[in-house]
Design a protein around this ligand. Sequence first.
Ligand SMILES: NC(=O)C1=CN([C@@H]2O[C@H](COP(=O)(O)OP(=O)(O)OC[C@H]3O[C@@H](n4cnc5c(N)ncnc54)[C@H](O)[C@@H]3O)[C@@H](O)[C@H]2O)C=CC1
Ligand SMILES: Nc1nc(O)c(N)c(N[C@@H]2O[C@H](COP(=O)(O)O)[C@@H](O)[C@H]2O)n1
Length: 220
Amino acid sequence: MYVAVNAAMSVDGKLASREREQLAISGPEDFARVERLRAEYDAIMVGVGTVLADDPSLTLDDPAAHGEPPADHPTRIVADSRARTPPDARVLDETTETYVLVSEAVPTDHVDSLERAGVSILEAGTSQVDLAAALDRLEATGIDSLLVEGGGELIFSLVAAGLVDELSVFVGSMLIGGRDAPTLADGTGFTEDYPSVNLQSVSELDDGVLLEYEVDCENP
Ligand SMILES: NC(=O)C1=CN([C@@H]2O[C@H](COP(=O)(O)OP(=O)(O)OC[C@H]3O[C@@H](n4cnc5c(N)ncnc54)[C@H](O)[C@@H]3O)[C@@H](O)[C@H]2O)C=CC1
Ligand SMILES: Nc1nc(O)c(N)c(N[C@@H]2O[C@H](COP(=O)(O)O)[C@@H](O)[C@H]2O)n1
C-alpha cells in the first residue's frame, strides 16, 4: 500500500497547542490543497488522539469539485488500540465507511458500541495496533493508497515501522511552544537510525512554506 503523510506544523515543529487544541496553522490555500489531496487517496487515517482532540470528519467538503462524476469520499480509518472513539464522533457518521483498528487489549463493550454505530472493526496487535499487519489487511479489502493526517504518535509509529512513502509538511509562520505540545513525530523518538527524508520540493503557500519529501520506507 502507498502511504503518504500530510500535516501542518508551526516553525517550532508543533502540530497543536500544549492543551492539544486544534489551531489553524494552514491558511486557505493549504486547506484547499489538503482537500484535493484527500480526493486522490482511497483512505484517510488518523490516530484516536486526533479524533478525541479535533473530532474531524475526514470527508471531502465538495465531492463535485473534483470532477465528473463527483469523487467518492475516501474510506476513513482510525488507529485506536482500545476503541476509545466516541460512538457519536463525526468520523463515524454515515457519509462513508469507517474502519477502527484495535488491538487485542480492546475492551469488548467498546467494540460492541462501535459495531452498533456501524463501524468495521479490524483487530491487529497485542497492546497497540500492529500497523504493518493492519495495513496489509486493509489492502486486501482494496485500499491501495492511504493519506495519514496525524497526529504525532501515529506518524512516529508509521515511520518507525518503515511504512511511509512520502511526507508533506506545511510550515505555518507561527510559534506554538510548549514541551508537551504534540510534534510531527512523537512516540518514543528514534535512537541511532534516524530516518532520512529526501527533499522533493519547496513552495510558498499562504504565509508559509510547503515542504514535500520522499521517505525511504525500506530504511526507517
Ligand atoms: N496540525 C496538523 O496537521 C494536525 C494536528 N493534529 C493534532 O495532533 C494531536 C493528536 O496527536 P496525538 O496525541 O499524537 O495522537 P494520534 O492522533 O497520533 O493518536 C495516537 C493514538 O493512536 C492509537 N494508536 C493505535 N496504534 C498505534 C500505534 N501503533 N502507534 C501510535 N498510536 C497508535 C493510540 O491509542 C494512541 O494513543 C491533536 O492535538 C491534534 O490537534 C492532528 C492531526 C493533524
Ligand atoms: N492540514 C492541516 N492544517 C491545519 O492547520 C490543521 N489544524 C489540520 N488539522 C487536521 O485537519 C483535519 C480536519 O479534518 P476535517 O476538516 O474535520 O475533516 C484533522 O485531521 C485535523 O487534525 N490539518
